[in-house]
Design a protein around this ligand. Structure first.
Ligand code: GLU
Length: 410
């Protein structure tokens, strides 16, 4: 059998493909040339499984999605206290390019708006650090987070730098107020190169899954950020990631997120998943129209919300192979991550005759995890396996496998 998760993601894309509203960003001329029909979606679990659909090989510039990760770098380089002296953590309630300096401290309100992100870039490595080394610092960090060597799109960089008057004006203001100590032109050039790093949706999902996993990259198992830094970054994404729509987004969708003007969108659910989406047409807030809707759909279908209940006990999946029968056992409160892992293990199943799903150690299933487990059993049955279920507490409500068939209870 094959895990159904990529099929589900492809369905989400198909459902939203007709939405051609919005337009590509035009204030950066190179972005206006992007193929607007591209559309891709990827999920990486905190245990390192990556699932994707659509234009998964399409590379696009990371743009503002670089901000949370560069903020993480600034915290690691300078310490949180020093970073907080220069950049606040309050929602601005304003658009991405708003100056938004705190009237008392002159700090930018948060690191997700451009003023705060430019200030964060200027903090990297240390005062008067070499501008090239600051760019190398973020490129190296983002590459480790994504698990592959990333590169900068020089055309996007040049194109944005030519029209960067707004960001330059902000950088000069930051210099005047002592938030920026270095040459504003150099810092804006470095920040603009940071925004021009090319990524795919899978890269974004893995970078976010590293945050979800408390700073440990779930595929390479390398600790890249310390847990406190990951927590700080996720908190700020929740507070200010979606600019002027942050409150509406957090209550309705509930996935701390960050968008970029090239059409990317990244989201994170602590302990669970990192999500990446991409489609170039933007809505009036500057967020990708289709990527935003894909997140809304995922949150709705999968009950993925930061404040959804049942995020208590850890879920565990285990497998035991005997010659003819393979037993998959689940424990705890089963959510998307364990269900995805279960499907991966089922995909690798080598049992000849029978598979047993043992849910005697399960307290509860989220709706999506229940549907995923049953879909796995349904597919194994189509592969001509005899499907058995051990569910003494009846936690798997109505376990039908299609065609009116049910697994044999044991
Ligand atoms: N590089 C873009 C800028 O500074 C990023 C904006 C965004 O992605 O929201 O204007």
């Amino acid at each position: 059998m094959q895990t159904p998760i990529p099929d589900y993601l492809a369905e989400v894309l198909d459902k939203l493909r007709d939405d051609v509203s919005g337009a590509t960003a035009d204030y950066i001329p190179e972005l206006a040339n992007a193929n607007p029909d591209q559309f891709a979606l990827a999920i990486t679990t905190a245990t390192g499984g990556t699932y994707s659909a659509g234009d998964t090989n399409a590379e696009f510039s990371i743009q503002s999605i670089s901000k949370p990760f560069a903020y993480a770098a600034a915290i690691m380089d300078r310490g949180l206290d020093r970073v907080i002296e220069s950049i606040g953590v309050e929602p601005s309630g304003e658009a991405f390019n708003e100056l938004s300096l705190d009237p008392e401290t002159n700090r930018p309100k948060n690191p997700m708006i451009n003023a705060g992100a430019i200030a964060a870039h200027g903090l990297l490595l240390g005062d008067k650090a070499d501008p090239e080394e600051r760019v190398a610092r973020v490129l190296e960090l983002f590459s480790r987070l994504a698990g592959r060597q990333l590169r900068i799109d020089d055309k996007v960089f040049q194109s944005e730098l030519e029209t960067a008057d707004h960001n330059l004006a902000m950088a000069h203001m930051l210099k005047k107020y002592g938030i920026l100590n270095d040459d504003p032109h150099e810092v804006v050039a470095g920040y603009t190169r940071q925004c021009s790093i090319l990524v795919t949706v899978e890269d974004l999902s893995i970078m976010a899954a590293t945050l979800a996993n408390g700073g440990v990259q779930p595929r390479t198992r390398e600790r890249i950020l310390d847990a406190d830094t990951a927590r700080q970054v996720m908190s700020v994404m929740a507070v200010a990631g979606m600019y002027d729509g942050a409150g509406d987004w957090l209550t309705r969708v509930g996935i701390p997120a960050k968008s970029g003007v090239a059409g990317g969108l990244v989201g994170v659910l602590p302990d669970q998943v990192g999500i990446g989406a991409f489609s170039p047409r933007l809505d009036k807030h500057g967020n990708s129209q289709r990527a935003r809707r894909a997140f809304e759909q995922l949150s709705k279908d999968m009950g993925m919300h930061l404040f959804a209940p049942s995020n208590g006990r850890l879920d565990v999946v285990d497998v035991k192979l005997e010659t003819l029968k393979e037993t998959f056992s689940l424990q705890g409160n089963v959510q998307f991550t364990a269900a995805a892992e279960l499907l991966d293990l089922m995909e690798k199943s080598t049992a000849q005759n029978a598979v047993l799903l043992d849910v005697s150690g399960v307290y509860s299933f989220t709706d999506v995890a229940r549907r995923m487990a049953l879909e796995g059993l349904r597919r194994l049955r189509l592969d001509k396996r005899h499907v058995l279920l051990h569910d003494p507490w009846q936690v798997l409500a109505d376990p039908h496998l299609g065609d009116g068939l049910y697994p044999e209870n044991v």
